[in-house]
Design a protein around this ligand. Structure first.
Ligand SMILES: C=CC1=C(C)c2cc3[nH]c(cc4nc(cc5[nH]c(cc1n2)c(C)c5CCC(=O)O)C(CCC(=O)O)=C4C)c(C)c3C=C
Ligand SMILES: [Fe+2]
Ligand SMILES: [Fe+2]
Length: 387
């Protein structure tokens, strides 16, 4: 086997407060996050939303120390994985490719080429596949491969998702059990899985397997845990005006509080690292809401980070994929063609009258929104939840 590399994919996060706006701009420029009927509107709208959302987002990052810990944790995971692979007799260099912030996927690929990597395992740090996360990174890589004869010489294989990997499930169950045992009556506490949400249209129109993988994953973790605690699955972090997967975490918390639930162990299930949505959204916002709703003991299960069983499971996945037939970009889910992810309604493609009317309307709406927000600090984008 020639020189082996492992490319870890993740979303990336702003390292410091000044990075927040450009990070948001990169995120909202991605058609897998917001897809508009007109390509020409993507960048102006990304600029508008990132400019207007930056303050709120910066305040959230200030609450967790002024930046995202995602880069440092991912680097630690990479170092631990490299060491574990070495122990298993597999020499490999680990690369980190973030989708929206440093180190960008393009930077990782440049290094991979420079190092003369001959065999590459592409491993997203998202246990479940979504077109908005792993799918978006795969698309970027697929485009790079299509344009670069040097990359085409690298034998690569993808691990599309690994939510059902036994080592991962065992590590999750271990962390949940540790948290449950902190309650006075561990057997009575409810296990509350909070998955990252996606718009319903991703699943129902674009064919995203994310919801199915989340549901299966939740059941597998409960089976592995082997305790009879009741459990709930809800979806967090909704952004924008369209309908997202339900139940929403905030509604489910209120409902449980009303039903008299007092003890809750909250499990972040779509991420393997601490970041803004665990440290700020769950630990601060949802905790406050839960307490207001009457939930007395709100314990949060930590993210896996460098949990040894988890790192070992990643190493095993890498070794297994090196010894299996390759999985290529063409084999993973692509959003269905002509699928409009935002806003929701039926659309006819092409330069139709409807397209022209909507281009104009959207541009006007964007401009009006900008003016209103700037003058009043309030406006339609606040109203629909984008700011
Ligand atoms: C607007 C749509 C968004 C979709 C769809 C979405 C899906 C999605 N995201 C993650 C994981 C992460 N998201 C992070 C940041 C982040 N995501 C969105 C929006 C969508 N995400 C925004 C606006 C932001 C910026 C933060 C904010 O202003 O709220 C991050 C990085 C966090 C960090 O520490 O910086 C992660 C990780 C998943 C798993 C997912 C769908 C499955
Ligand atoms: Fe996100
Ligand atoms: Fe989010």
């Amino acid at each position: 086997m020639g020189r082996v590399g492992v490319l870890l994919l993740n979303l990336g996060g702003p390292d410091k407060i000044e990075d927040v706006r450009p990070f948001l701009y990169n995120l909202f420029s991605d058609p897998e996050i917001i897809r508009l009927p007109s390509k020409a509107l993507q960048k102006p709208l990304a600029w508008l939303i990132s400019t207007l959302r930056a303050k709120k987002s910066q305040n959230n990052y200030l609450e967790i120390g002024g930046g995202s810990p995602l880069r440092k944790i991912t680097e630690d995971q990479g170092a631990a994985l490299e060491k574990r692979l070495q122990q298993l007799g597999q020499k490999a260099k680990i690369y980190i490719g973030m989708r929206y912030w440093h180190p960008f996927t393009q930077e990782a690929i440049a290094e991979i080429k420079q190092d003369g990597i001959e065999k590459l395992v592409i491993l997203p740090l998202y246990p479940q596949f979504s077109i908005s996360t792993s799918g978006s990174s795969f698309r970027v890589l697929e485009e790079m491969w299509a344009e670069d004869p040097k990359l085409q010489k690298i034998e690569y294989t993808i691990i599309p998702s690994w939510y059902d990997n036994q080592g991962y499930l065992t590590a999750m169950a271990d962390l949940i059990a540790q948290e449950l045992d902190k309650f006075e009556h561990p057997e009575q506490a409810r296990v509350f899985f909070s998955a990252h949400g996606v718009p319903v249209s991703y699943v129902e129109e674009a064919g995203d397997p994310y919801q199915e993988e989340i549901e299966k994953c939740t059941n597998l973790i409960m089976e592995t845990l082997g305790r009879s605690n009741p459990h709930t699955l809800a979806y967090q972090s909704r952004v924008g005006p369209v309908e997202w997967l339900q139940p929403y975490t905030e509604d489910a918390l209120e409902e449980l509080g009303e039903k008299g639930v007092k003890d809750l162990a909250v499990v972040p299930i779509s991420f393997v690292s601490e970041h803004i949505e665990t440290l700020q959204e769950i630990d601060i916002e949802y905790r406050e809401l839960a307490e207001e709703s009457g939930i007395e003991n709100f314990f949060r299960v930590p993210a896996l980070n460098t949990h040894p069983t988890f790192i070992n499971s990643l190493a095993e996945l890498v070794v297994e994929s090196l010894n299996s037939p390759p999985c290529t970009f063409g084999e993973v889910t692509h959003p269905k063609k002509n699928m409009k992810m935002y806003p929701q309604e039926k659309w006819q493609w092409g330069m139709t009258t409807a397209a022209e009317v909507w281009n104009g309307r959207l541009a006007m709406l964007g401009f009006l929104a900008l003016v209103m927000e700037l003058i009043s600090g309030n406006g339609p984008l606040h109203l629909v939840g984008l700011l």
